[in-house]
Design a protein around this ligand. Structure first.
Ligand code: ZN
Length: 392
């Protein structure tokens, strides 16, 4: 199938200046040409849009959860079968909202791995999935209710080998406590630097990249020294951590929506007290700290921690908005964090619109310049050259 898309304004996902009045030709699942002027005559259909951008990449999701106010209880009462259906539903909702690639950073079951393959075979609608399988945490650590408990460097290697065996595409480590686990303290170290270094070395031998959940200052630095590719959350980072990010070339995935969605829904009364207390503390610190990292030149990749309380998968546009309003990114910079930079972190080919690249792209009703909300509810979502969703 060969289609043309005439774009009033075109962003390729990178920091390059947007171009006006260009036509993209999509042939099969790839972009065949991007050029000024009209659509060629040999296409089956021509679309027109005020603005065209790459499909969004969400570097931090949990497809098994859907924004329920109490995550830990959700995993107790929801059966694995129900959660398998949730994974499929959340994948479809992500795609319809313009998210064409997600990195699933941990679930109780390998459903996201199985769904990745079903989507790749064309049997189910959804984004490209880069799944971590089960996260590795210390015994009794943050997320232990869904993770693979791991103690000691050799066990960390075994944990990585197990995820590789079941088909994981990346590895998730828990370096500090977190918000959604009862009793876990976000500032506290969990997996040790030694354990994480062993996991990173093992992951490398399988060609897998490593993400570390790290909120506490010291745990962030432990994970960076251990060689992880990205720090997830990173809310209590300091100047020394910023220097380490830059020295190691690591990415920061700030997941601002996770904290904001909890804080903005305290009045529901449905969230556990410990969640509200910890998120409120982080809400007052994370904006300033992450902004400092961004200004210092740390590479920021978009990820929303979708699935956490009141933070559904179809709301990734909110994270893009927060990167702009809270971190002071221009709308284009926020788009780049959620496309080209996210793709670099994940090691996927999408995220940049150029000849020969995958045709994962969004047709927007409004120009993104000066209006970061333009990425919300795209009019047409195209994934691998096919219309995945069209709003009428
Ligand atoms: Zn998460």
């Amino acid at each position: 199938m060969r289609i043309a898309i005439r774009a009033g304004r075109f962003f390729d996902g990178t920091a390059a200046a947007p171009r006006d009045n260009v036509t993209l030709v999509v042939d099969g699942d790839r972009i065949a040409a991007i050029a000024a002027g009209d659509a060629p005559a040999d296409v089956e259909r021509t679309y027109e849009a005020a603005c065209v951008v790459p499909g969004l990449i969400n570097c931090h999701v949990h497809l098994e959860v859907n924004g329920a106010p109490n995550t830990q209880t959700f995993f107790l009462v929801r059966t694995p079968t129900e959660r398998t259906l949730d994974v499929a539903l959340n994948a479809r909702l992500s795609l319809e909202a313009g998210v064409t690639t997600v990195r699933d950073l941990g679930g109780a079951e390998p459903s996201a791995i199985v769904l990745r393959d079903a989507i790749a075979r064309g049997e189910h609608p959804g984004p490209t999935i880069v799944p971590a399988g089960r996260a590795l945490c210390m015994t009794g650590g943050h997320g232990a209710f869904i993770s693979r408990e791991t103690d000691g460097p050799w066990d960390a290697r075994k944990g990585v080998r197990e995820q590789h065996k079941i088909g994981a595409g990346c590895i998730k480590l828990i370096a500090t406590g977190g918000v959604l686990t009862k009793g876990a303290v976000p500032g506290q170290d969990q997996l040790s630097e030694e354990e994480m270094r062993a996991a990173v070395l093992e992951a490398k031998t399988h060609g897998m990249r490593v993400a570390a959940h790290a909120i506490g200052t010291n745990g962030i630095k432990n994970a960076l020294r251990a060689g992880v590719n990205s720090i997830e959350h990173g809310h209590l980072l300091d100047d020394e951590a910023i220097a380490l990010f830059k020295e190691r070339g690591a990415y920061l995935v700030p997941t601002l929506a996770a904290v904001h969605c909890i804080f903005e829904n305290i009045s529901s009364g449905a969230q556990p007290d410990y969640v509200v207390r910890k998120a409120t503390e982080l809400f007052h610190l994370c904006g300033e700290n992450v902004r400092k990292a961004f200004r210092a030149g740390v590479r920021i990749a978009g990820g929303s921690d979708a699935g956490t309380p009141y933070n559904p998968h179809e709301n990734y546009a909110y994270e893009v908005e927060l990167m702009s309003t809270v971190l002071g990114m221009t709308p284009q910079q926020a788009l780049t964090a959620a496309t080209a930079t996210a793709a670099e972190l994940l090691g996927v080919e999408s995220g940049v619109l150029a000849e020969g690249r995958p045709a994962d792209l969004l047709l927007l009703n409004y120009d993104l310049t000066g209006n970061v909300r333009a990425v919300r509810d795209p009019r047409v979502v195209i994934k691998a050259g096919r219309v995945a969703h069209e709003r009428v």
